[in-house]
Design a binder for this molecule. Structure first.
Ligand code: C5P
Length: 265
């Protein structure tokens, strides 16, 4: 069990909340439920019940099942990370944040690429009681330098991630989604407060798939990740519970060795 410091910073004009919490490795692993139906998702959830606490519901599943799946997960005592990567005009995104609050999500993603106006509107909408904590997606982990160049971004992925993360922080969004490759630079540039959530996790020996900027759970935690998002290495494993347990053990070992400043959620 780790004694950790939880800091949630909202837009400077809005409420600032700080609390100490006890975090276990379970609090630092979100399993990505990238499935087309509730049945398929809940089949996996059943297998991971008792092992995992956080489930990430992305677009595929949410568009197929809506809020009923979120209700089911919450009624079973799980925490829901709603990964809708909101990206629209400020008014629309603020409304979506309010709807996600009604749905009962604890974490919600928006795209930092939506700009400061959009992020400030989202941060303000997320000050209502029961709102999810917001995470700004910087550069998707499936994007490398050539993919970025194709959409007109000539900076390196790390430079672009840092630019967007700073923009998010200035806009009142203190959680950042980044690849394991950028955790170190974000920690050194942004300090200890941001919640750094990291997909692109691949335990040794697992299939890389379409991810480009990846690391093992150990490396990601040692570099300062707050929470790991893991999909296929667990969901497509022959024994998902065993795969999740092995990642949780890696998190526990690595967290013991990571600098104190890196243990934030
Ligand atoms: O299966 P895998 O472990 O690659 O799944 C990673 C999950 O993290 C997917 O649900 C994906 O949508 C999500 N994600 C990502 N890169 C981001 C943000 C979210 O891969 N930048």
């Amino acid at each position: 069990m780790l004694r950790l410091h939880q800091a949630i910073f909202c837009h400077p004009t809005l409420t600032r909340y700080t609390a100490n919490v006890e975090l276990t490795p379970k609090d630092r692993l979100a399993v990505a439920l990238d499935f087309p139906t509730a049945n398929a998702a809940l089949d996996l959830v059943d297998q991971l019940s008792g092992t995992c606490q956080w489930f990430k519901v992305g677009m595929e599943l949410y568009y197929a099942t809506g809020n009923s799946l979120i209700d089911t997960l919450r009624n079973r005592g799980f925490s829901v990370f709603l990964d809708l990567k909101l990206h629209d005009i400020p008014n629309t995104v603020a409304g979506a944040v309010r709807s996600a609050t009604q749905a009962g999500a604890s974490l919600l993603t928006i795209h930092a690429g939506g700009g400061p106006g959009m992020m400030i509107a989202a941060a303000e909408a997320a000050t209502a009681p029961g709102s999810p904590r917001l995470l700004a997606v910087t550069v998707l982990t499936s994007m490398d330098a050539s993919q970025l160049a194709a959409v007109g971004v000539t900076s390196s992925p790390a430079e672009q991630v840092l630019r967007l993360a700073k923009l998010a922080q200035q806009s009142g969004i203190n959680g950042i989604v980044c690849s394991p490759e950028e955790i170190g630079i974000l920690r050194s540039e942004l300090g200890n407060d941001p919640l750094l959530v990291t997909p692109g996790i691949r335990p040794i020996g697992s299939d890389i798939g379409d991810q480009k900027r990846i690391a093992t759970p150990t490396l990601a935690i040692e570099r300062g990740a707050s929470m790991l998002v893991v999909g296929r290495p667990i969901t497509r494993a022959t024994n998902p519970a065993e795969a999740a347990e092995s990642i949780l053990q890696e998190i526990e070992r690595a967290a013991g060795a990571a600098p104190q400043t890196n243990r934030h959620l």
